[in-house]
Design a binder for this molecule. Structure first.
Ligand code: THG
Length: 369
């Protein structure tokens, strides 16, 4: 396949780690929140196996923060998400769908409660800051909204715990999943959460002090040698097997959280006020008409750059594939697809055309593993 490079400019921002990962052999980028996000360091499959057995450091600075502070910050953050945050605690992260008044997904960030009146919304790839500002202006909220200089470094993989313990001490291994705390390194305090966009375990370091963060980056690779550390990035195979959803790929503003299986993060039996609440109640009453499901396809390769139709025996479209990849675990292509009612049932079969050849596929539950 012929490859092309993407021209650099101020709109596609570098990160503080870009020069480092380029020395370390990054081979592909995507963009995320108008910023470079590494997409490959050579073979996707090699990186998949390495991630499941060792430890990787990821430049995920593209996961930008929208900081919301001030007297009405809690009200605004709650207005934006259908997850009830009334019992949320400082020092915790919350995975929250952000939806509009029609219950269409705007983003699916991790929200960090930094203080009673201070929040970070750690966003997926859409301009949440504009939505937040619009709501704040329209509601005359007393809030400050801006994008702080925070560049996340993720440390992911089973050996991340031993590595981080060597640098930060035992306390870091005692942190609970989706908790965060502050840890000192080379003259700066870093917010570190036990989280990350893989199911292999690990941490995310929210670097505010770039100089200290770069020293920490080098330290991770120095101490990490004994743990076979490598530079990496969110891995398409691992994240599909684990069903970590990707906003803009698996779902977008035309989908609601119930269609996307995010029911766990939709709280309708609550007093709190959020956009789309009435619409969601209506959707529950009527029932959903489509659902995001796993699919397994009898093919050996795929590259998804737009939705691909799933059809039945009569050539009728019953759904669309939104992400897909060859899985070395299943030895088949696996993917995430939106299936129309009544076809979103496990074991439903379909046909799909990939590079002008037709393949058979089957619907299954998410996650795969
Ligand atoms: N970390 C941080 N910011 C992010 C992401 C991240 N912003 C963009 C993107 N990723 C947001 N999307 C997700 C999707 C899934 C998860 C986190 C962010 C996730 N889900 C767990 C799961 O599905 O099992 C746990 C959710 C829970 O139960 O609370 O981790 O990765 N900083």
């Amino acid at each position: 396949m012929k490859t092309y490079s993407i021209a650099r400019s101020r709109r596609i921002r570098s990160t503080p780690y870009t020069s480092r990962i380029e020395k370390q052999g990054v081979t592909a980028y995507t963009t995320y929140n108008h910023m470079l996000l590494p997409a490959a360091f050579g073979s996707l499959e090699d990186a998949y196996h390495h991630l499941k057995e060792n430890v990787q450091v990821w430049d995920v600075a593209g996961e930008r923060q929208v900081e919301i502070s001030g007297k009405d910050s809690g009200k605004l953050v709650q207005l934006m998400t259908c997850r009830d945050l009334s019992k949320s605690k400082v020092g915790r992260c919350y995975y929250c769908p952000i939806i509009d008044d029609k219950a269409g997904l705007i983003n699916d960030p991790v929200i960090l409660k930094l203080g009673e009146e201070r929040w970070w919304i750690s966003i997926a790839d859409s301009d949440v800051i504009l939505f937040a500002k619009g709501l704040a202006i329209g509601n005359k909220f007393d809030v400050k909204i801006f994008e702080p200089n925070v560049d996340i470094l993720a440390v992911q993989g089973p050996k991340s715990f031993k590595l981080m313990e060597k640098i930060f001490g035992k306390k870091i291994t005692e942190m609970k999943f989706f908790g965060f705390d502050y840890f000192e390194f080379s003259g700066a305090n870093h917010l570190i959460a036990r989280s990350g966009w893989s199911k292999q375990g690990g941490y995310e370091i929210y670097v505010e002090n770039t100089k200290s963060g770069l020293a920490l980056y080098d330290k991770l690779f120095e101490v990490g040698k004994e743990f076979n550390i490598k530079p990496g990035c969110p891995n398409l195979i691992e994240r599909i097997e684990s069903a970590l959803l990707s906003y803009g790929n698996d779902m977008d503003n035309d989908d609601n959280p119930l269609e996307c299986g995010l029911d766990k993060y939709v709280n309708l039996e609550t007093e709190v006020n959020f956009l789309g609440k009435e619409k969601l109640k209506e959707i529950i009453k009527m029932g959903i008409n489509r659902k995001l499901m796993g699919v397994i396809i009898d093919a050996k390769e795929i590259s998804v750059s737009k939705s691909i139709d799933l059809i039945d025996d009569k050539n009728l479209k019953i759904g669309e594939l939104r992400s897909g990849v060859y899985s070395p675990h299943f030895k088949k292509v696996i993917g995430i697809a939106m299936l129309e009612k009544p076809y979103y049932e496990v074991s439903q079969t379909f046909k799909i055309s990939i590079n002008d050849s037709t393949f058979e596929g089957k619907v299954c539950d998410l996650p795969f593993i």
